[in-house]
Ligand binder design. Structure first.
Ligand SMILES: Cc1cc2nc3c(=O)[nH]c(=O)nc-3n(C[C@H](O)[C@H](O)[C@H](O)COP(=O)(O)OP(=O)(O)OC[C@H]3O[C@@H](n4cnc5c(N)ncnc54)[C@H](O)[C@@H]3O)c2cc1C
Length: 465
């Protein structure tokens, strides 16, 4: 006899575990199935442990610049093992937090490999081979994704690393090649550069962080170069040869010339692959596109009673998008009428140094979409708090529809912008205009005053520049 639930969630990342909690809140009898760690990639191998590593690097950086603040810090050094240990400890704490949340919400946890066996049925095989049969009227697939390998070189964990290896490095890289300049690649480049490695970033497209506004990409490239990194855009790695002392990489540059350089280690950060294999999708006829499960605005697949959320579905592949979809799916299942997700209002953050944060359309995308735009730009150097913090590098850019005044997008680079972006995100969700933002009072002295100034700048009214 199968164990019967109102809802089964396959995968316990920020999509899955949040969905299970919302289900419990709505009175549904929920089960969650996880083969590795409760909390998924985000808490164990993604968002959180990387931020712990980056925090150590940030403090190390400040210690090296103690003199700028009138302080003395001598004989400073970094202990990579201790830094990694702290990061793993943070991940463990949050993993235990999710375990507690499952208990508190009376969600039944099945540890093991889950596979859909039919409509509304799922089998779980535990590590010891024991199987459990589960049944529910509704199932949510939240199996997430994993790192994409280069077609010609599989990560070996010794010299060639995925993000998992880079988070638990066997040793400190002396000369590091990072392939891919999306958020994950740039965060690791930033971390290892701050920790003292010589870092080269290779990006196939013509600019770093290519999903961001072009002005942000240009500013970041300059900042990273100033920090000593080598940045190669419009370039690709054709071949990797692991040698006794490192990795030889054949890199084709912008000019088409191939140069071979040797590195101690390589981080491959060229994207993700959804976890859709061997979970029974084919037998049920679940529709996928480029491997990702296709869903409607309520996260429903083409199969009745089957939903999908998070990284296993369409982009953006971010933890907060996964969690939000978890809530939407469960509320739809429970017969509520949730709002569909508007991807234009999902913020994105990169915790490199300097930080990047954005929401909505870039200037180029807004123009492509046919908007006549008004653009505001305000630099950190015009903000008293930024100068007091010793963080006067960066800017905040806002993009408005010239006709209606609607805020279309906001793009920031500089200290703490990942904490600032939410102000504009709320504004976008409320479909705000320049008039409302201009009327809003911002506290002094804060970095957030630049958010006001950027809006004022779009309308030729900036006060402090
Ligand atoms: C290095 C790194 C840094 C990141 N930083 C950020 C960040 O700062 N901010 C941000 O928003 N996002 C970040 N992300 C992305 C974020 O981690 C993902 O978007 C998020 O984890 C997706 O959540 P999810 O619930 O869809 O899936 P996941 O978190 O991937 O969880 C899926 C879970 O399903 C389990 N599973 C898969 N198949 C099965 C099966 N058959 N049976 C049982 N269990 C199964 C997996 O073990 C996993 O635990 C980062 C990712 C990486 C790799």
């Amino acid at each position: 006899m199968a164990d019967t639930f109102d809802l089964i969630v396959l995968g316990s990342g920020p999509g899955g575990y949040v969905a299970a909690i919302r289900a419990a809140q709505l009175g549904l009898k929920a089960a969650i199935v996880e083969r590795e760690n409760l909390g998924g990639i985000c808490l164990n191998w993604g968002c959180i442990p990387t931020k712990a590593l980056l925090r150590s690097a940030e403090i190390f950086h400040y210690m090296q610049h103690a003199k700028d603040y009138g302080l003395v810090a001598e004989k400073i050094s970094a202990d990579l093992d201790a830094v990694v240990k702290r990061s793993r400890g943070v991940a463990k704490q949050l993993n235990q937090g999710v375990t507690h949340l499952m208990k508190k919400n009376k969600i039944t946890v099945f540890m093991g490999e889950g596979k859909l066996t039919g409509k509304g049925t799922l089998a779980v095989t535990a590590a010891d081979g024991k199987t459990s049969d589960l049944a529910a009227k509704n199932i949510i697939v939240a199996t997430g994704a994993r790192a994409r390998d280069l077609p010609f070189a599989k990560a070996d964990g010794k010299r060639v690393w995925t993000y998992r290896h880079a988070m638990t490095p066997p040793e400190m890289p002396s000369k590091l090649l990072v392939i891919g300049s999306g958020a994950i690649g740039i965060e690791f480049a930033s971390f290892y550069n701050d920790m003292g490695a010589e870092v080269t970033v290779v990006e196939m497209l013509d600019r770093v962080v290519p999903v961001e506004d072009a002005d942000v990409s240009a500013f970041l490239e300059k900042a990273l170069k100033k920090q000593g990194m080598t940045i190669m855009t419009g370039a690709g790695v054709d071949k990797l040869d692991v040698t006794a002392s490192g990795v030889k990489a054949a890199i084709k540059g912008k000019d088409g010339k191939v140069v071979t350089s040797e590195f101690s280690h390589v981080i491959v950060a060229i994207g993700i692959v959804p976890n859709t294999e061997n979970i029974g999708l084919e037998a049920l006829g679940v529709k996928t596109e480029r491997g990702h499960i296709v869903t409607d605005p309520m996260c429903k697949t083409n199969v009745d009673g089957l939903y999908a959320i998070g990284d296993v579905t369409a982009p953006p592949w971010l933890a907060h998008k996964a969690s939000h979809e978890g809530v939407i799916a469960v509320e739809a299942i429970a017969g509520k009428h949730p709002h569909a997700m508007d991807v234009r209002n999902i913020p994105g953050c990169t915790y490199c140094h300097p930080q990047i944060a954005s929401v909505g359309l870039t200037e180029a995308k807004a123009k492509e979409a046919g908007h006549e735009v008004k653009v505001g730009n305000f630099p950190f150097i015009g903000n008293g708090k930024a100068i007091a913090l010793g963080e006067a590098e960066g800017f905040i850019k806002t993009v408005f529809d010239a006709k209606t005044g609607e805020l279309l997008g906001a793009h920031m680079i500089g200290a703490e912008v990942t904490e600032l972006i939410q102000g504009y995100t709320i504004g976008k969700t409320l479909e705000t205009t320049e008039a409302e933002l201009i009327e809003t009072v911002f506290p002094h002295p804060t970095l957030s005053e630049m958010m006001h100034e950027s809006v004022l700048a779009a309308y030729g009214r900036t006060l402090h520049m």
